[in-house]
Ligand binder design. Structure first.
Ligand SMILES: *Cc1c(COP(=O)(O)O)cnc(C)c1O
Length: 350
């Protein structure tokens, strides 16, 4: 059993879709219709009227494409971060010749709004980036106030909501480029990037006119006649099914199911004497990070070898300090959490 914070387990109904006949994505209208349907379902999940596009490529493609399509050499970009993915945006900005200003905070802290405000008073920033759910630490960031501030200063906003979209509400109001991926709370196989693009973001991209194909959002603006390259038809079909399941259940029920699973996971952890990283107020409904300094890897290994349960540890410096339970998408269920926590109790008591 796999309970990682992505890729998540893919339900059988979605896997079944992968064995259906596949329309040719270059020529058959059936594919164009399915793609349009997927995009409109995504608009409902994103809670937006902005265009939503689905690019063929794993989630990181969206992060890179957002920067490649908006940042020109010399552009000043504010990268607001309290985690690995947030820091990573500054690297993309540098790779594309931009000038990143990293407003970093400790991974246990909230986003540093005061420093953002000070930076906006002093500098002239074209784009700002941030992460809604920092999956490596299980932290859900309160991005709405930051977005509002950036909106007041006319800064284009790019948000990585890969591990929150479809699991918990994402405050979409002032987001210009909102990034998701198929393999997290959508419970689809890895392979697709989903991007909501505001009119303003399209304008900035048109002006930037990036000299690339794969990391360029523009060829996806109007795909009614053709796609920039052969689309990943199997992945699109799977995502279509995942989104149908999500919308049939009802988006509010889905969010509630995530809250319930997360709360249950934390209660069971607390009963085992486990601390959360960083704390309960900031923990995402999609993932629980238990703080186990120096123990996480050994516990992860024992869970897999003796109980056939696959969890994730922390990343980078926190690799051996955090054990992460993903309860996102199809895995956001109390009985699945119980199964994991029963095994974890056995491992910790042995
Ligand atoms: C999973 C994830 C991505 C997608 O990239 P990976 O290749 O799975 O690392 C991007 N951002 C966040 C916050 C994620 O959790």
């Amino acid at each position: 059993m796999q309970m990682t914070p992505g890729p998540t387990a893919v339900p059988s109904r979605v896997r079944d879709r992968l064995s259906d006949p596949m329309p040719n994505p270059d020529v058959e209208q059936a594919f164009f219709d399915m793609y349009a349907d997927v995009c409109s379902k995504l608009q409902r999940v994103y809670d937006t009227d902005d265009d939503v596009i689905v690019m063929g490529g794993e989630g990181i493609l969206g992060l890179e494409a957002a920067i490649a399509s908006t940042v020109a050499p010399g552009d000043d970009v504010l990268c607001i971060s309290n985690g690995l993915y947030g820091d990573g945006f500054a690297d993309f900005v540098e790779n594309y010749g931009g000038e990143p200003t990293l407003i970093g905070a400790d991974y246990t802290d909230s986003l540093d709004v005061d420093s953002v405000e000070a930076a906006l008073d002093e500098g002239d920033y074209k784009v700002a980036t941030m992460v809604h759910c920092e999956t490596p630490t299980g932290t859900l960031n309160d991005i709405a106030p930051v977005l509002e501030l950036l909106h007041d200063h006319d800064v284009l906003t790019v948000v990585d909501a890969v591990s929150s979209l479809g699991g918990t509400p994402v405050p979409s109001e002032h987001i210009d480029i909102n990034l998701g991926a198929s393999q997290k709370a959508f419970s689809s196989p890895p392979g697709l990037t989903t991007v909501a693009v505001s009119d303003r973001a399209w304008e900035v991209a048109e002006e930037r006119d990036p000299n690339s194909l794969y990391t360029n959002l523009l060829p996806w603006r109007d795909t009614s006649e053709m796609f920039p390259y052969t689309h990943l038809v199997a992945n699109v079909a799977a995502l279509d099914e995942s989104l149908s399941m999500l919308l049939e259940e009802g988006i509010d029920s889905v969010y509630e199911r995530h809250e319930t699973a997360a709360a249950h996971c934390r209660e069971r952890g607390s009963a085992l004497g486990l601390d959360l990283y960083p704390d309960v107020e900031r923990s995402s409904p999609t993932v629980t990070a238990f703080h186990m300094p120096g123990e996480a890897k050994a516990v992860q290994q024992e869970l897999e070898e003796d109980h056939d349960i696959v969890l994730s540890t922390g990343l980078a410096d926190l690799a051996d300090d955090i054990l992460r339970v993903g309860h996102m998408g199809y895995n956001a269920k109390v009985e699945k959490v119980d199964h994991v926590m029963d095994a974890l109790a056995t491992v910790l008591e042995s």
